[in-house]
Write a protein that binds this ligand. Structure first.
Ligand code: EPU
Length: 442
């Protein structure tokens, strides 16, 4: 079941965590893979799809375009986009609910030569331009117009392969340009392409369907235009950031947890920093064991960057851990203009942090104190869960819909390792408890 984000989490901090949990398919792969399915004139069997709201919303957009979607089992979908209509009317509001809705533009433009989508939404990190996407589409031969909240792309004379140099290795632009170039005439080369694991996963999925995308995982990706994608089966890789979040969480509370269904190689950019902070992390092949018993968290400096750098999507979680460390840490955000909105929430819990536009200076305070706080975006919301579980007392965390855009079954997963987290919903006079972690794992 996909949760609808209502209510709040009540989090009782202080428990060390023990046991095992499993990681779901990667959200940021899944949204790209769903867009890939739109380019296929056949059946796509996609497995290990995460049960999160961003995926559900994108699937709703596909349905409004005329796709048939069958749920075969948990995270197991058959997607049939043979009869989608690029001109079908879609609720503008649906596009605004997630960032990845911009992939619909690349997918429809690539397959049908024209597309009209509403401007995307997503987390608020300051300005989130899409100029690289548009420059890429234009280089392929499309005309792009933006106005009234809509983006129109048209390739009257078809799309032709070309060499595109991205100013920055943008994940979204890399994926969107690949989507547009699948059927373009000849060879498209993207230089300075993003190299994140989900780019490789997305390219592997497209290739399984019949595309010719080479070099994903390097900074130079070649797309040889094909005439048809025939469909096929694909299993989405485990979520690097979900795994990193649970690893950081155990690092914060202390304990000994095996995080299953991961690709440890994808996690090195996160686990190497946590090791530096004194957390024991053991590679078990398709799992990692995380331990912190007794030893304090050590201070560290963190600078985010494109893969294989430290992921910006782990910045709030690790900054939260550093509030518990001894000494002063510096966290520098280089990917997004504005990704420290959560700092106010941590300050309510006693954290000592000062920020300028790009850097947070964190003076470790050893322990946090519970407070009423709110998620300000998806990953900051996850960081607030970590803060609550590490704090003395009961934290009430509001705006949890942000969290449930990207973390499936979070209450059940945390319950399995002994965290005390409960969903509550505001009622006129009191707080009604909806489920405890014990019920949710039963
Ligand atoms: N940028 C531009 N112009 C563009 C595109 C990007 O200036 O046309 C800039 C952005 O403003 C930003 C940088 O380039 O400063 C990187 O943006 P990128 O395009 O790589 O980000 P994205 O594709 O919009 C994806 C993830 C984000 C993650 C970033 C960076 C998805 C759906 N979203 O966003 O994930 O933070 O890459 O790794 O894949 C999340 O999952 O919580 C999340 C926000």
């Amino acid at each position: 079941m996909i949760l609808d984000g209502y209510g709040k989490y009540s989090i009782i901090g202080g428990n060390r965590l023990y046991g095992e949990l499993s990681i779901s398919g990667a959200k940021n792969s899944a949204v790209a893979v769903i867009a890939a399915a739109m380019t296929v004139n056949g059946l796509c069997h996609i497995d290990n799809m995460p049960q999160v709201r961003d995926v559900e919303i994108l699937l709703q957009i596909l349905q409004q375009l005329g796709a048939e979607i069958d749920v075969i089992g948990d995270g197991d979908y058959m997607i049939d986009c043979r009869n989608i209509d690029p001109d079908a009317a879609i609720d503008q509001e649906l596009y605004g609910q997630l960032r990845a809705s911009y992939y619909v533009l690349g997918a429809l433009l690539g397959r049908f030569g024209h597309a009209r989508v509403a401007m995307p939404g997503g987390c608020d990190f300051g300005t989130r331009p899409i100029d690289y996407h548009i420059k890429g589409f234009e280089a392929l031969g499309a005309e792009v117009d933006i106005g009234g909240g809509w983006i129109d792309a048209n390739a009257v004379d078809g799309l032709r392969g070309t060499r595109i140099l991205l100013d920055y290795p943008s994940v979204g632009a890399t994926i969107n340009i690949i989507l547009a170039a699948i059927y373009a005439e000849g060879l498209t080369i993207i230089e300075n392409a993003a190299m994140e694991p989900h780019i490789v996963d997305f390219a592997n999925c497209l290739n399984a369907m019949g595309a010719e995308v080479r070099g994903a995982g390097t900074n130079s990706i070649r797309i040889y235009g094909v005439n048809e994608l025939r469909g096929g089966s694909y299993t989405i890789v485990p979520d690097q950031i979900e795994a990193g979040t649970y690893i950081a969480l155990v690092a914060g509370t202390g304990g000994d947890v095996i995080v299953r269904d991961v690709i440890p190689r994808h996690l090195v950019c996160i686990t190497s920093k946590l090791s530096e902070m004194g957390v024991e992390i053991e590679d078990l092949g398709d799992a990692v064991r995380v331990r912190r018993e007794g030893r304090p968290i050590r201070r560290a400096n963190v600078m985010t960057g494109p893969y294989p750098g430290f992921p910006t999507d782990m910045q709030p979680q690790v900054a939260t851990l550093l509030t518990l460390a001894r000494g002063t840490s510096f966290v520098t955000e280089t990917v997004w203009d504005s990704r420290f909105q959560y700092v106010d929430q941590l300050q309510r819990m006693g954290a000592k942090i000062t920020t300028d536009a790009r850097t947070a200076v964190i003076e470790g305070v050893g322990r946090l104190k519970a407070a009423s706080i709110a998620a300000t975006d998806l990953r900051s919301g996850a960081a607030m869960v970590i803060a609550g579980l590490c704090a003395d007392g009961t934290t009430l965390l509001d705006n949890i819909w942000h969290i449930e855009r990207g973390y499936g079954n979070i209450i059940a997963k945390l319950g399995e390792i002994g965290a005390d987290i409960t969903r509550v919903v505001d009622a006129p006079r009191n707080l009604i408890e909806l489920r405890t972690h014990r019920e949710s794992v039963a």
